[in-house]
Design a protein around this ligand. Sequence first.
Ligand SMILES: O=C1O[C@H](COP(=O)(O)O)[C@@H](O)[C@H](O)[C@H]1O
Length: 256
Amino acid sequence: MSEASVAVHADADLLAQAVAARLLVKVLDAQAERGQASVVLTGGRIAAAVHRAVAALPARDAVDWSRVDVWWGDERFLPTGDPERNETQARAALLDVVPLDPARVHAMPASDGPDGADPEEAAARYAAELAAAARPGTATLPHFDVLMLGIGEDGHVASVFPEHPVHYDTRPVSAVRGSPKPPPVRTTLTLPAINTAEEVWLVAGGADKARAVGMALAGAGPVQVPAAGVRGTSRTLWLLDRAAAADVPTRLRSLR
Ligand SMILES: O=C1O[C@H](COP(=O)(O)O)[C@@H](O)[C@H](O)[C@H]1O
């Protein structure tokens, strides 16, 4: 497990630009090293800005998108194409713009999918899809080069909410009922699954995220502040704008 490092950018727009540039470099490096890349996307406002920024970068054409696997850290359990689904947002902003192999875009099931409106079955289906992509001889998950997370005002990451029973689910993918943030039903990677990623990037912009970011970096408990429980195996990178970084101890900051 890696120690956290923090990079702070002037505002949300520059933050999105910087994350987009980092993501392209990470994908290019992974493809140079492993012949392919595996990226885990998140949802929410800053994720949408990052996706748009990647799509707008000319360097996006340096990536061989046919050798990129796209996974999600969580999903709102809604019908296919619902504008609130993280998948729908990512497709509109980025995935429909770059030449991905459709077979390598691994969306979490929708509520009108093969399991109907049963999120437990949908979570199990996604776990099986992840296991099918696991490296031979390894456990239940593929290699994730980079896994990006937004952060809720309450400190949630993916759909792992404070004090929610999802914290005690030992499976890699969990169904979430009773989410305090709409919609109430979701599917999510659990923290142990998230923490198998080589690099985890926590991306947050705006003053409404400052308290949660500050508490997570001050060592809060992960059941109370789920963002505090996230670590990449090689790198844990907090990518913030100044407003979101307001409560980050100065010794942890690298100002841009
Ligand atoms: O519901 C969700 O919220 C978080 C944070 O979203 P934001 O709009 O407040 O930035 C997001 O990371 C998560 O993937 C999503 O399902």
